[in-house]
Every structure is written in structure tokens, then in C-alpha cells.
Design a protein around this ligand. Structure first.
Ligand code: GUN
Ligand code: FE
Length: 482
């Protein structure tokens, strides 16, 4: 394999920028634009223009699709493509998933965590693996696999952590661009309390962050597909000086920022010892300028009311990582409490604290963890429904990224980032019986809708990447199985 950066040439950029045919997609569309509800649109035509934007949505459409495209797009017949997926009642389009917290270099460790908890897990499993990314060949191999795997699982947008190595993190940016995935790419900053084999100087943290920003901008000047994200790993691994510098950079460039917050009790006590001058773990990030509307905070499990208020005040969003939180025994985040406070919440795989690259599986775990919370609090309102967790997986992610005008649901003016799901394909893990099929148009619509809602439940609990026939980012097919 070529390990030189010339491997990634102009053809990568062509993939996300070249004009595509004006396309009319037809079939069943489902999405969760509002927390707690799902809209299902059978026999619907969605028009996507030659840049990947949704330009029209015609619900319950019965006529000629080509004619509709010609009229609506205002172009000639030969320029319009029709993708008719209405032939199967178990097939539907759903918005692409948004994974707001994933460590790309940890992917080889998925499932390997033993009985450790956070701080031991970092030292035993995580830092040794991440340190191997000083070798660019390792980065090439792992990063192309993780990007492809997450795309196959329907993740159209991901907020990635890389390692401390700038070159390896540039390779991560190129891997996402090449595969056509939207991505925020972070060079992890670690200039304190890190092992000698995996630590950097303050200068290296700063320069690496600036270099990555320049690189991402050079590769994708519009920022449509990839952007750099400021990434102080967590307060313990950064000095006060570095966090303040990164906070100033965040403010001056109005750019994205991500870190970990309030994951584990021992970690929280450690932060209090390391930073006695601050009121709380959250206050460290607040005072150093790291919290803003484009900041993603992973976990937020054990926040106090005052800390919650700082999130509300700054508009910082949360990445809920229930698979990770269960695996390394961190706790059960109070998602309903955060949502009711007006905080934006999304989902993160947190590979490899979490063992699965699939946001569908994380959504399933989010639902189950909320049930566990109810078992200890006896407050039924903490429960998250199927519709709630699918909202967190799509629209919630768009809100956290401050991209709700572009991503997260099907609406005119948004990007066509979508997955085409088939529940009855090939080797699907789901069995659908004849009496469960929604007979759109030939039975009471209420019955059809109830049946379709039940299919979505079956997808959430039993579906996986085998049900993903296609994935589109910005109107471009990036996974195309059938
Ligand atoms: N806290 C600091 N680093 C990490 C990490 O890599 N994963 C998780 N889950 N928590 C962290
Ligand atoms: Fe993490």
C-alpha cells in the first residue's frame, strides 16, 4: 500500500464535489425531526439536485416520476435520474447516522477491555495501541477500515479523535475524504499526565493542532466534508496553559472542539485534585474557554446541577455513549434530565470504550441504559423510546454539531445524507411475517402506519449492517451493495 500523501490525489475531492445527476428518489421515507415522534412518508418522491441538496418532497405521489423531476428541477429529461424503491414494503430511506464521539485509532481494540474501568483501561489497553500510530502505515490500515466500517453501518457523519500524531491524523482526514464520509478530525492533545511513550510537549500540541487545521482546510477548503476539531483529550492530559491556548484558538476561529467530561467517579476525583482552583470538572473547561455552541462533550454522566447550568449557558452539546458506559462500568447518564434542561444530546460509539462501530446498536443500548436508570430511580420519565433514541442518532447529532439546517432529517434545503434499509434482504437477522407488512394503499392507513412503526422497532432491536443496502452522503452513493 502507498503510504505517501500523494496516494490521495485530486480524485478524492472529485468524489465529493463533482456534479451528480438530478435524481428523484421514490419509496418510503422515515425520519425523526422532533424528539419523541417519527414521521413516515410512504409513496414519497424526494428530489436531490446536482450538488446533493434536497429540492423538493412530494408526499403520497402517484404520477410519472421522470416528469415530476423535469418539472421540479427545471431541466431536460435526459438530465434526470429516477431511483424507484417503492417495490418492497420492508425497504425505507432513513437519515444517515451521526456518531459524535469515536476514537478511530482504538478500533482494533473493540471488544477488548476485560474488567477494567476508565483510568486502568487507558493505561493497559488504549495508550499502548494509540502510540503505535507514529507509524503512518498503521494509520493507513486502521483508518481506512474504520471509515469503511462505520459507513457500512450507516454513519454518514462522524466526530473522530485521532492520536497525538499529526501525520497519522492527516491520514484519517484523507481516509474520510476518500470514502466520502463527513467527518470532524481531531488531533488528540496530551502534554501532561500521560505515559512517557505517549506524550507530547506543549509546543507539539499547539503546532500539531494548527498544522492539522491547515491540512484539513487545504484538502477540503469548503469544509463541506471534513473539518478539523480542537481536541484536548481530557483535562488531566492537558496543562492549564494548553487548555487556555486551545480555548483562545476555538474562540478566534469559531471552530469545533471536543473532549471528555464526567465519565467516571475516580476520574472526577482526580480532576478535583489536579485543578483545585476550579469549582468543578466542567468549570475547568468553562474557565479555560473550551465550551461553546460547537463543543461536543462525551459522557456527562455524573454532572451536578451547577455543571449542567454551564452546558446550558454555553450551548455545549453532549455525546451519550451508553455502550462504552456499560462496558467500562462508568455509569448511566441522565439523558432525559439533560434534554429537559434544553441541552442538545446525540450518540457516540466511543470505540473502543464501546465495542460496536454501529450507531444503531448504540441507540439500542441508549434505550436499555435508560431502562436501567429507571430501575434505580423508579422514575419512569427517564425512559427513552425507540423514537427518542433514533432522534438522538440523527437529528440530535445534527443539533450538537450546529448543523440542524443541513443534516439530521429529510427537508428541503438539507443535504441528502441517507441510508437505504431493507429488512428482508440476503442474510438479514430479522424475520418479517406476512401479517406484519404495511400494505400501503390497500388497507386502513392507520394499520399500515402501526405496522411500519413496528418494523422500525424490529430494525432498532434486531437490525445491523446487513440491512444497509446503500448509504448516500451529500447525494453521492458511498456504499452501494445492491
Ligand atoms: N478519557 C480520556 N481518554 C479517553 C478515551 O480514549 N476514551 C474514553 N471513553 N474516555 C477517555
Ligand atoms: Fe472517548
Amino acid at each position: 500500500m502507498t503510504t505517501d500523501s500523494s496516494y490521495f490525489t485530486d480524485q478524492i475531492q472529485a468524489r465529493c464535489r463533482d456534479p451528480i445527476p438530478y435524481t428523484v428518489y421514490y419509496g418510503t421515507f422515515a425520519h425523526t425531526p422532533i424528539l419523541g415522534s417519527m414521521e413516515v412518508m410512504p409513496k414519497t418522491a424526494i428530489g436531490v439536485d446536482n450538488t446533493g441538496l434536497i429540492t423538493f418532497i412530494e408526499k403520497s405521489f402517484q404520477g410519472d416520476l421522470l416528469k415530476l423531476g423535469v418539472e421540479k428541477f427545471g431541466v431536460e429529461e435526459g438530465s434526470v435520474k429516477v431511483v424507484d424503491k417503492s417495490g418492497s414494503e420492508t425497504k425505507f430511506f432513513f437519515p444517515g447516522f451521526i456518531d459524535t464521539h469515536i476514537h478511530a485509532p482504538q478500533y482494533p481494540n473493540n471488544g477488548i477491555f476485560g474488567e477494567t474501568t476508565l483510568l486502568d483501561w487507558l493505561n493497559i489497553y488504549t495508550y499502548p495501541l494509540e502510540s503505535s500510530f507514529k507509524d503512518a502505515a498503521v494509520a493507513h490500515e486502521v483508518y481506512s477500515r474504520v471509515v469503511n466500517r462505520t459507513l457500512e453501518c450507516g454513519t454518514t457523519t462522524a466526530a473522530y479523535y485521532g492520536t497525538i500524531h499529526t501525520r497519522a491524523t492527516e491520514i484519517l482526514a484523507d481516509s474520510a475524504l476518500k470514502a466520502g464520509q463527513r467527518a470532524l478530525i481531531g488531533k488528540s492533545c496530551m502534554n501532561d499526565h500521560s505515559p512517557s511513550f505517549y506524550c507530547e510537549t506543549t509546543e507539539e500540541s499547539k503546532q500539531g493542532t494548527l498544522d492539522l487545521m491547515n491540512y484539513a482546510h487545504k484538502r477540503d477548503p469548503s469544509g463541506e466534508l471534513i473539518q478539523a476539531i480542537i481536541t484536548p483529550r481530557f483535562a488531566a492530559s492537558c496543562t492549564d496553559e494548553l487548555m487556555r491556548w486551545l480555548g483562545d484558538l476555538r474562540k478566534s476561529k469559531n471552530c469545533y472542539c471536543q473532549t471528555h467530561l464526567s465519565e467516571n467517579h475516580r476520574e472526577i476525583r482526580w480532576m478535583a485534585q489536579l485543578f483545585p482552583q476550579y469549582d468543578s470538572y466542567t468549570d475547568i473547561y468553562y474557565q479555560t474557554g473550551l465550551l461553546g455552541r460547537k463543543t461536543i462533550l462525551a459522557h456527562c454522566i455524573h454532572l451536578t446541577d451547577d455543571e449542567r447550568d454551564l452546558l446550558v449557558k454555553t450551548g455545549a452539546g453532549v455525546s451519550h455513549c451508553p455502550t462504552s458506559n456499560s462496558s467500562i462500568t462508568s455509569g448511566e447518564a441522565r439523558i432525559r434530565w439533560l434534554l429537559n434542561s434544553g441541552i442538545n444530546v446525540s450518540l457516540g460509539t466511543d470505540c473502543s470504550g464501546g465495542f460496536s462501530p454501529s450507531i444503531l446498536e448504540v441507540a439500542r443500548h441508549a434505550l436499555l441504559v435508560s431502562h436501567h436508570l429507571v430501575m434505580s430511580t423508579h422514575n419512569d420519565k427517564e425512559k427513552l423510546s425507540v423514537k427518542d433514541v433514533l432522534y438522538l442518532a440523527t437529528m440530535g447529532g445534527a443539533n450538537v454539531l450546529n448543523l440542524s439546517d443541513k443534516l439530521g432529517s429529510f427537508a428541503v434545503g438539507k443535504r441528502f445524507d441517507a441510508q437505504l434499509i431493507e429488512l428482508c434482504n440476503r442474510d438479514s437477522n430479522i424475520d418479517i411475517f406476512d401479517f406484519q407488512r404495511p400494505r400501503w394503499g390497500s388497507q386502513d392507513p392507520k394499520v399500515s402506519h402501526t405496522r411500519f412503526d413496528n418494523l422500525i422497532c424490529k430494525w432498532l432491536f434486531n437490525g445491523d449492517d446487513r440491512n444497509v443496502d446503500r448509504v448516500y452522503v451529500n447525494g453521492r452513493p458511498v456504499i452501494y451493495r445492491v
